[in-house]
Write a protein that binds this ligand. Structure first.
Ligand code: CAO
Length: 418
C-alpha cells in the first residue's frame, strides 16, 4: 500500500465533543499518528453521551475518534503535566478545544508550548475569537449557529430562528481548523517554525453564511431581495429574512411534494428553475407552452407567480415517486434531487461503494456505520478503523517516553493514569 501522506506526523489530540475531534480524526485518516489525551474519569464526555448499547462507548464518540490511540491521564497533576510536556517536545501538532482559559489554567499556555517545542503547530477551537466581547463563553453547536448568522436566516418567515441539523458549528469548525493546521505545517517545513492556528465557531459558521451577508448589503441598496418568497407581495424590513426553502443563488427553487407525501415525510424533491434551461424545464413538467408565454419566459416575469408555477409542477409530480421524478427531470437537465432520509443514505449502495458510508468494526460493539472521508484521493483511500478504548494505549505511550513498568503501575495506583 502507498504510504499515507501524513505518515510520521505526530498529533496530540487534546480535544473533546465534536469540533476538535472531527479535525484530528481526519488527520488520522490521512496517516498521522493521533494520540487522544483524555481525562481518567470517563475520558471524552461523548464516550457516555447518548449510549445505545450499555457499557459500549457511544456512537457519538466512535464516529469522531476512529484511527486514534488513547492516553488517559490527569494532566493537572504535576506528573501528568510532565508527561504532556514530554509529548509536546516530540509532537508536530497539538489540537485543543477546551473551554476558554482551560489550557492556561493547566499550565499549558501557547507561549509555554511554543517554548517547549518551537516547531509545533498548535490548533485551537473556541466559541468566539479571542478579542470578541463573548470570548469567555462556552459554546456548543447551536450557540454558534445562532451567533454566526445561520439561525436568523434559516427557517420560515412565520417561525422562529432555526438551527440546521448539519453540524456547521462543530464539524465545520473542525474542517476549518484542519485547513489551518495543514497550512501551518507546510509553512513550518519552509521556516522550521510552528505557529498558533485559531478558529472560532462563530467565524466558521459565518464563513458558510457568506451569501447572507451579500443579501444584507443588497437589501440595503435596493430594499428587496427578488429571489426570496417575500418578493413581491410580502414586506422586507432592514434585515435579511428567513426564506424557507428558497434557492440561495439566482436560480429559484423549492422543495416539492411527490407521490406519497401524505404518509412519507421525505417524499419530496428539490426542484431548481434554471434560467438558461427554462424551455426544457417547461417541456419536462408538461407545460411546453410556458417556453414562449410572456408571463413565463423570463425570470422576472415568473417570479411574481413562482409559487403558482411550483403548484403546477406539484400536480405533474403527484403520480410520480421522488425517484421517478428525478429520472425524468435529469433527461431535461433540471438541477434536482430526491430528499433522502438517513435510512436511505445508510442503505445507499453508491455511497457505500465509494467509501462515503463505511462499516467499521468496533471493539465492544460489533460493526457500525460511519461517514468516511468525503475527500477522495487518486493515490489512496483512507482505511477507517475502530476508535480506542479509554486509556487503551497508556502503557505503550508511557513506555515510549521512558517510564518503566513500576512507575506506570504507581501512576495508575495514584489515579494519575488509567
Ligand atoms: N486531565 C485533567 N483535567 C482535564 C483533562 C485531563 N486530561 N482534560 C480536560 N481537563 C479539564 C480542563 O482543564 C478543564 O478544567 P478547568 O475548568 O478547571 O480549567 C475541565 O477539564 C473541563 O474542560 P472542558 O473544556 O471540557 O469544559 P466544559 O465541559 O465545562 O465545557 C465545552 C465544554 C465544549 C462547552 C467547552 O470546552 C468549550 O466551550 N470549548 C470551546 C468550543 C468548543 O469546541 N465547543 C464544542 C464544540 S463540539 O459541540
Amino acid at each position: 500500500m502507498t504510504q499515507l501522506p501524513l505518515t510520521g506526523t505526530k498529533v496530540i489530540d487534546f480535544t473533546g465533543v465534536q469540533a476538535g475531534p472531527a479535525c484530528t480524526q481526519m488527520l488520522a485518516w490521512f496517516g498521522a499518528d493521533v494520540l487522544k489525551v483524555e481525562r481518567t474519569n470517563g475520558g471524552d464526555v461523548t464516550r457516555n453521551q447518548l449510549r445505545d448499547i450499555p457499557d459500549a462507548d457511544a456512537l457519538y464518540f466512535t464516529m469522531l475518534n476512529s484511527n486514534k490511540r488513547s492516553l488517559a491521564i490527569n494532566t493537572k497533576s504535576p506528573e501528568g503535566r510532565e508527561v504532556m510536556e514530554k509529548l509536546i517536545r516530540e509532537a508536530d501538532v497539538l489540537v485543543e478545544n477546551f473551554a476558554p482559559g482551560a489550557m492556561d489554567r493547566m499550565g499549558l499556555s501557547w507561549e509555554h508550548i511554543h517554548e517547549l517545542n518551537p516547531r509545533l503547530v498548535f490548533g485551537s477551537v473556541k466559541g468566539f475569537a479571542e478579542d470578541s466581547p463573548w470570548s469567555d463563553l462556552k459554546v456548543y453547536e447551536n450557540v454558534a449557529q445562532c451567533a454566526g448568522g445561520a439561525a436568523s436566516t434559516t427557517g420560515f418567515w412565520d417561525g422562529p430562528p432555526t438551527v440546521s441539523a448539519a453540524a456547521i458549528g462543530d464539524s465545520n469548525t473542525g474542517m476549518h481548523l484542519l485547513i489551518g493546521v495543514l497550512t501551518a505545517l507546510i509553512a513550518r517545513d519552509r521556516t522550521g517554525r510552528g505557529q498558533k492556528v485559531s478558529v472560532s465557531m462563530q467565524d466558521a459558521v459565518l464563513n458558510l453564511c457568506r451569501v447572507k451577508l451579500r443579501d444584507q448589503q443588497r437589501l440595503e441598496h435596493v430594499g428587496y431581495l427578488e429571489e426570496y418568497p417575500q418578493y413581491p407581495d410580502g414586506k422586507f424590513t432592514d434585515v435579511v429574512p428567513r426564506g424557507g426553502n428558497a434557492g440561495g443563488g439566482g436560480q429559484p427553487g423549492w422543495v416539492l411534494k411527490c407521490k406519497g407525501w401524505e404518509t412519507d415525510p421525505n417524499a419530496y424533491i428539490y426542484f431548481t428553475v434554471q434560467e438558461q434551461n427554462w424551455p426544457r424545464t417547461a417541456e419536462a413538467v408538461g407545460h411546453p407552452e410556458w417556453a414562449d408565454d410572456p408571463e413565463y419566459d423570463t425570470a422576472a416575469a415568473r417570479q411574481p407567480h413562482i409559487f403558482e408555477i411550483f403548484g403546477e409542477i406539484e400536480k405533474w409530480l403527484a403520480d410520480k415517486t421522488k425517484y421517478e421524478a428525478v429520472d425524468i427531470l435529469r433527461e431535461f437537465g433540471v438541477p434536482c434531487a430526491p430528499v433522502l432520509s438517513m435510512k436511505e443514505i445508510a442503505d445507499d449502495p453508491a455511497l457505500r461503494a465509494d467509501g462515503t458510508v463505511v462499516e467499521v468494526d468496533q471493539k465492544g460493539r460489533g460493526t457500525y456505520l460511519t461517514v468516511g472521508s468525503p475527500v477522495k484521493f487518486s493515490d489512496f483511500t483512507p482505511d477507517i478503523k475502530g476508535a480506542p478504548m479509554l486509556g487503551e494505549n497508556t502503557d505503550e505511550v508511557l513506555a515510549g517516553l521512558g517510564y518503566d513498568a513500576d512507575t506506570i503501575h504507581r501512576m495508575r495506583a495514584e489515579n494519575i493514569v488509567l
